[in-house]
Design a protein around this ligand. Structure first.
Ligand code: MV4
Length: 452
């Protein structure tokens, strides 16, 4: 096991990682930006270093500052969390070349899955269904038009280096495709330094289902079931749950087999997530992309499996063998997570940073709050607006919703605006209660509930 881990992140995930380290008896190093001087992770870590200015580029994305901090403190591993450098293959390589273990998959795993076209090609080669579309970069608008002819509209243009919805364009006609093609390419170049795009059939109101996988360095791989992440706004997930109301044991088995087969195909190690789209009408599932990091929504999987995914990440990176067998993994109960953001739902979810004067967190059986905020803490404006995750685990989905309602009523954060009140309304929606939702649910919900 490692003796000291540097946590190259901030916010709730930095706190989450420090907790896992402490339970494993591993010392921790926190790094923080000038905007995060008073942050909880800097206080909870055994030692903490300021690594630069408030801008992510100057601190949490500053590879040389982070490596220096690891060397000064004699850290033997770095946990990247999610976002920032978590899926940066170059950073993972720099770590290894400095003799510091990167807690995650190999640089090659990260690079392979970071190229969404390559990922599609590999999955296809291993008979995992992928969304109909191109398996090579689409370099000209003529090629894009030919593909659209074959696929039929609507189609979607995606950036090869994208993911998470950035640089996507939905097109319903030749005219739109021609204009979207050039803008998609230049947007991809600006955002990712890679102008490669590809084209897929645009699926109608699918559900977003992802499978958690866990792999050791010796080829042992298991899956830990699915998460339904269809409740999104502008490609930001807001509510996640497991099991998915749309997945039965048979579909779960199939998705799990696809995910394991895909991970084996690239000799994957550590934790990862395979994203699929589920076509509600045909019940067909298609591989979409793979995330090579611990995800924000990992707690719902932890709640129904009893497995601490962050501890497992550390143990696997330290070379421990996976002691889980697929047929021994039992998914029990139901879990729902609401991402609490410092945003104003009444004003188009604009960020609402500032000082928290008063905080009261809900409690009780089956309630978990993963957060870095405290009374007196000032939320900086430089980072994303996630300030807490409220996770509820109960026997049934309905019980989860009942307890969630009570917990959301109890949760008090003043005076910053948050999404807490918004979730109280969402979970009372009759279609949500029935589990009858897809990736367009929130769009419609917001439209129907405007100016009330
Ligand atoms: C799609 C899709 C439908 N068809 N691709 C969004 C985030 C990124 N990971 C990929 N995403 C999607 N890709 C095809 N071929 C639907 C989504 C999608 C989505 C689209 C519109 C509104 C909300 C959405 C939420 C999740 C996924």
């Amino acid at each position: 096991m490692f003796s000291k881990i540097l946590v190259a992140n901030r916010g709730e995930i930095a706190v989450r990682i420090i907790r896992a380290c402490k339970e494993l008896g591993v010392r921790t190093v926190g790094v923080y930006s000038e905007a995060d001087k008073d942050s909880l992770h800097a206080q909870l870590a055994d030692e903490s270093l300021c690594i630069g200015g408030p801008k992510p580029q100057d601190s949490y994305l500053n590879i040389s500052a982070i490596i220096s901090a690891a060397e000064i403190t004699d850290s033997d591993a770095i946990h990247p969390g999610y976002g920032f450098l978590a899926e940066n293959a170059h950073f993972a390589e720099v770590c290894e070349s400095c003799g510091i273990k990167f807690i995650g998959p190999t640089p090659e795993n990260i690079r392979t899955m970071g190229d969404k076209i390559q990922a599609r090609r590999i999955m296809r080669k291993h008979s995992i269904p992928v969304i109909p579309g191109s398996l090579d970069p689409v370099n000209t608008k003529e090629d894009a038009l030919k593909l659209a002819q074959k696929l039929q509209y609507p189609v979607i243009i995606k950036a090869a280096a994208g993911g998470g919805g950035r640089g996507m364009r939905i097109c319903h006609s030749d005219v739109r495709l021609i204009s979207a093609f050039i803008t998609a390419q230049s947007e991809a170049e600006v955002a990712f330094g890679n102008s490669c795009v590809y084209v897929e059939k645009y699926l109608h109101e699918p559900r977003h289902i992802e499978i958690q996988i866990v792999a050791d360095n010796y080829g042992n791989i298991v899956h830990l079931g699915e998460r339904d992440c269809s409740i999104q706004r502008r490609y930001q997930k807001l509510i996640e749950e497991t099991p998915s109301p749309a997945v039965d044991a048979r579909l779960r088995k199939k998705l799990g087999e696809y995910a394991i087969k895909g991970a084996k195909a690239i000799n994957y190690s550590n934790v990862g997530t395979m994203e699929f789209l589920l076509d509600a009408k045909t019940h067909k599932v298609y591989f979409m992309e793979m995330n090579t990091r611990i995800q924000v929504e990992h707690p719902v999987t932890e709640e129904v499996t009893g497995i601490d995914l962050v501890k497992l990440q550390i143990q696997l990176a330290a070379g421990q063998k996976l002691n889980l067998k697929q047929d021994k993994i039992k998914l029990k109960n139901h879990a729902i997570e609401c991402r609490i953001n410092a945003e104003d739902p009444e004003h188009d979810f604009i960020p609402s940073p500032g000082k928290i004067e008063f905080l009261y967190q809900p409690g009780g059986l089956g309630i978990r709050v993963d957060t870095h905020i405290y009374s007196g803490y000032t939320i900086p404006s430089h980072y994303d607006s996630l300030i807490a995750k409220l996770i509820v685990r109960k026997k049934t989905r309905q019980e989860c919703i009942d307890v969630l309602k009570r917990a959301l009523e109890e949760f008090m954060i003043d005076p910053v605006k948050t999404t807490i009140g918004f979730y109280r309304r969402v979970i009372e929606d009759s279609e949500f209660v029935k589990g009858n939702y897809n990736t367009h649910f929130l769009e419609k919900f917001l439209e129907e509930n405007r100016e009330e």
